[in-house]
Design a protein around this ligand. Structure first.
Ligand code: UDP
Length: 234
C-alpha cells in the first residue's frame, strides 16, 4: 500500500446516488464496503463528508436566510451524513469514531487532535463532522485542515468524475484528463479542484491531493494502493 494515513473527502451530494435530495442507503453501503476494504489493508483512514445533499449555507442565503445561521445548518447536515456513514461502517464491524467541530455530547466526541490521532493508531476510522465549526468555510477546507492536523499523507477527493480535466468533461466531451498536475498549474489554468482556501492550505503544507471517481466500486482501493487512475495534484 502506498499510504499509511489518508484523509478521504466525500461530497454530500455523492451520498444522494440517483436521488435528488438526502441519502441513498445503497450508495452509503457501497462507500462503506470500499472504505472497509482499504482499512483492512492496514491503512489509517479519516473521513470528511460534506452536507450539500441536505443543506448548503450559500444557497439558503440566496433565498433570504442569514448566512451565518444557514452555514451552521449546513454544518449540522454534515453530521447527519457522517452518522449515516458511521452506521454503515459499523454494520460491517469496523470500529469508528465521529468527532465534530461543534459539541454534541450525546452523539459524538468533540474534535481533539491528539485524540483523533490516537483513534487512528488504535485502528478506528475517524469521521470528522460539522466542518471546521466556522461559517463561511467549506468541508473541503475542513478536509485540508484536518489532514494537515493529523499529518495525513494525502487528501483523496472522491467525486463522480475520474479526475481533473482541461475543461468540464460533462460539458466538453473532448476535454482531457490530467494524470498529474502541479498546484501552480491549477492556479495558472484556473482549474477547479477545491475552493481556494482548501487548495492553498494543501499547497502551503505540501499535502498532495488526488481527485478520483469514488462511485465506481474498487476505485478507492486502486487509489490507496497507488494506481494512477485519478489526477494527482502536487
Ligand atoms: N459549512 C460551514 N463551515 C464549514 C463546513 C461547512 O459553514 O467549515 C456549511 C456551509 O453552509 C456548506 C455546508 O456546511 O454549504 C455543507 O458543506 P459543503 O458545501 O462543503 O458540502 P459539500 O459541497 O461537500 O456537499
Amino acid at each position: 500500500m502506498k499510504y499509511k494515513r489518508i484523509l478521504l473527502k466525500l461530497s454530500g451530494e455523492s451520498l444522494m446516488g440517483e436521488k435528488q435530495y438526502g441519502i441513498d442507503s445503497d450508495r452509503v453501503i457501497q462507500y462503506a464496503r470500499d472504505i472497509k476494504a482499504v482499512f483492512d489493508q492496514g491503512i489509517e483512514v479519516a473521513i470528511v463528508i460534506g452536507g450539500g445533499n441536505i443543506f448548503r449555507g450559500l444557497s439558503a442565503e440566496k433565498s433570504g436566510m442569514d448566512r451565518v445561521q444557514a452555514d451552521y445548518m449546513g454544518m449540522l447536515a454534515t453530521v447527519i451524513n457522517s452518522m449515516a456513514l458511521q452506521d454503515a461502517l459499523e454494520k460491517l464491524s469496523v470500529k469508528t469514531r465521529l468527532m465534530t467541530a461543534i459539541k454534541m455530547e450525546q452523539i459524538c466526541e468533540p474534535f481533539i487532535r491528539r485524540r483523533a490521532v490516537r483513534h487512528l493508531e488504535k485502528r478506528r476510522i475517524v469521521i470528522f463532522g460539522a466542518g471546521t465549526g466556522n461559517p463561511y468555510f467549506t468541508t473541503d477546507t475542513c478536509a485540508s485542515l484536518r489532514a494537515i492536523e493529523i499529518q495525513a499523507d494525502v487528501v483523496l477527493k472522491g467525486t463522480r468524475v475520474d479526475g481533473i480535466y482541461t475543461a468540464d468533461p460533462e460539458k466538453h466531451p473532448d476535454a482531457v484528463r490530467y494524470d498529474e498536475i502541479t498546484f501552480q498549474e491549477v492556479y495558472d489554468k484556473g482549474l477547479n479542484v477545491m475552493d481556494m482556501t482548501a487548495f492553498t492550505l494543501c499547497q502551503e503544507n505540501k499535502l498532495p491531493i488526488i481527485v478520483f471517481d469514488m462511485n465506481k466500486p474498487g476505485n478507492f482501493m486502486k487509489i490507496a494502493s497507488g494506481e494512477a487512475i485519478g489526477t494527482l495534484v502536487k
